[in-house]
Ligand binder design. Structure first.
Ligand code: FES
Length: 619
């Protein structure tokens, strides 16, 4: 049966606000629930489950003997559940309660979501067989890209191996193995977790498609399709397989995998579980992994908020705390999953372009070595692997005698170039900037046309969009306009009513590319291609959710727009507005600046967010 997400409870904003710190027992006609609230982790305060005992479906009540008030007691046979961990303390070291996923919307309502079935991999289990050294090997390539050898089959994950991600915001930190394209094009299959460009890299796939357009690619059946922009990209890939969640896909007698819905972003993100001879390799997605043991795996980007705050000192403190919390959180995640090997990945990128020096210097991330040391200090049964491009881990050795486990990891030869020191900035940025002088921008009516297409309204938010140069200074000839989402109007002044206000300065090239191609706003938001200010300081989830995942998959009909505008202008005799043209890039200067940026980057060594887990576990 396919895995689906189902909303099982929604509390009103008042009910949500009334939840107390610690245990809350909720009785509703849709069922009984336990919600544990931890106000010390405001970014992720809730844990929730159904109020049903795992033993014989008894009902839990508060345990008056528990001084900390975290434990509930089953009224049937006195089993006890610690709701702060969702683990049973009686019987000790036994079970974990199946979790529900909490989601709070912008109006403050808490919804609990259930993944159904919660543990699809438990159907049709296979006993673990012995595997020999060399039989299963994982090789790190770059960022989130791994090659997994499973007997005589080879699989790749998330190949971002060339070009930038998030428009021009992220660049690869590592130099992938020199033969990456050969190896990628010879793979038996590729899994792509989601459509973010650090996982689904069209520049990489374009090169791949020229060598092997028929390579089988597997993605999950997300509501935002992973390949929703394939046609627009012009890349020819002929064998894309969309898999139902939680259904085994057999590769051969030894190997099968299932794609699972992400617990945090089920609309667009996924993770994968591979079963090779009854042993599993789990590759969680960027932000979450679903499943009973792993259901609390959450990640917070420590690197995406830096431009929201005005005080440098406050920002620095906030980010330092955020990084510290992230370390603790990841250690807890690893404790829960209890893998044999833990490998952080999907955080190996740099804001390498010279114009992003501010972000590069002011957005330090946890180092993978730091996390490894932290985990090793607390969890001595877990082997950590800080991957270098071309380094491998051998599953049989990792699962074998603990004394030999370190032999499982083989690093590339010492002379291997590990870090990039040049990027082809001009090639990619010139491509982005081709959108700037598109004819649509000669007609200011593109603004209402585009925002009608966006389709977001009846929301008290006034947006000011300002087009800027690379350094966020307004450009002459760039647009600067207001959108009032209350009635989808475009006033010349901010309305006099009290309203929420969001000002976004966008690099003109990225902004126009986003508009022209009807792209999600991830490229604007995640790739540091804008600077935001807001009053009051409220994150408008509903707005950002809309522009990041709910836009139409059909781009705006600019052809129709242009023919109408041309007709109107010629009838009225009104000349279209002159379109600003960017100066062409200066390749040599940019290349030199790139080298200087990298030199600085290496002084702040191995800066990276630690955003993923690779776990080897015996089922
Ligand atoms: S049903 Fe809960 S302890 Fe038996």
């Amino acid at each position: 049966m396919e895995q689906r997400s189902v909303k099982v409870l929604q509390l009103s904003a008042q009910e949500t606000a009334a939840l107390r710190a610690g245990v809350n027992l909720i009785h509703k006609n849709v069922g009984n629930f336990i919600i544990y609230k931890d106000p010390t982790t405001p970014e992720d305060p809730y844990k929730a489950c159904r109020n049903v005992c795992r033993h014989q479906r008894g009902l839990f009540v508060k345990d008056i003997e528990d001084a900390a008030c975290n434990v509930v007691r089953c009224t049937k046979h006195n089993w006890k559940l610690d709701t702060s961990t969702m683990k049973y303390v009686n019987p000790p070291d036994s079970f974990t309660q199946e979790l529900l996923f909490p989601e709070v919307d912008d109006e403050g309502r808490l919804t609990l979501v259930e993944l159904n079935p919660p543990e699809p991999w438990e159907r049709d289990p296979r006993p673990p067989q012995r595997i020999e050294p060399g039989e299963v090997k994982v090789t790190f390539f770059a960022h989130a890209c791994m090659e997994v050898k499973l007997g005589d089959k080879t699989m790749f994950f998330d190949p971002w191996l060339t070009g930038p991600a998030f428009a021009r915001g992220w660049w690869l930190q590592h130099e992938p193995p020199a033969d990456w394209l050969e190896r990628l094009s010879r793979a038996d299959l590729i899994y792509i977790s989601h459509e973010h460009s650090d996982h689904l890299s069209y520049p990489t796939l374009e090169l791949l498609s020229k060598k092997n357009p028929n390579i089988p690619i597997y993605v999950g059946d997300t509501s935002v399709p992973v390949f929703c922009r394939l046609k627009q990209s012009g890349v020819k890939l002929n064998c894309i397989n969309i898999c139902k969640f939680g259904v085994w896909q057999d590769i051969n007698a030894d190997t099968r995998f299932m794609i699972l819905m992400d617990g945090v972003h089920p609309e667009f993100d996924t993770c994968i579980l591979i079963d090779y001879k009854g042993r599993s390799v789990a590759r969680r997605s960027t932000e979450g992994f679903t499943g009973q043991q792993d259901s609390q795996l959450r990640m917070n980007w420590s690197n995406s908020l830096s431009h929201l705050f005005t005080s440098e000192e406050w920002k620095e403190r906030f980010m330092a705390n955020d990084r510290k919390n992230l370390l603790f959180h990841k250690k807890e995640v690893v404790r829960e999953v209890n893998p044999k090997v833990y490998c952080p990945f999907a955080g190996f990128f740099l804001e390498a372009h010279p114009a992003d020096k501010y972000i590069l210097n002011n957005n330090p991330k946890n180092k993978p070595e730091q996390l490894a040391a932290f985990i090793n200090r607390h969890l001595d049964s877990v082997m950590t692997w800080t991957p270098k491009p071309g380094s491998t881990v051998d599953l049989a050795l990792a699962l074998g005698d603990p004394a030999d486990r370190r032999l499982a990891i083989v690093d590339p030869p010492p002379e291997t170039k590990l870090y990039k020191d040049t990027w082809d900035f001009d090639f990619y940025i010139d491509k982005i900037n081709e959108s700037i002088d598109n004819e649509i921008f000669a007609y200011p009516d593109w603004i209402p046309f585009y925002y009608e297409w966006i389709g977001f309204k009846n929301y008290d938010l006034v947006l000011r969009m300002i087009e800027t140069d690379d350094y966020f200074q307004p450009v002459e000839g760039g647009y600067d306009f207001l959108v009032d989402f209350m009635d989808l109007s475009f006033p010349s002044q901010r309305p006099t009513r009290k309203h929420a206000y969001l000002e976004i300065k966008n690099r003109i090239g990225v902004h126009r590319q986003t508009v022209l191609h009807g792209l999600f706003w991830d490229d604007l938001y995640l790739g540091f291609q804008n600077r935001l200010s807001r009053d009051p300081d409220t994150f408008h989830f509903k707005f950002w959710n809309h522009v990041q995942i709910l836009l139409s998959l059909q781009p705006p009909d600019w052809e129709g727009f242009l023919s109408r505008q041309r007709r109107l202008h010629s009838a009225s005799g009104k000349l279209p507005r002159a379109v600003w043209k960017p100066p062409r890039s200066k390749p040599t200067v940019n290349r030199l600046l790139g080298v200087l940026v990298q030199a600085k980057a290496l002084l702040v060594p191995a800066t990276m967010a630690l955003l993923a887990i690779l776990a080897y576990n015996v089922l």
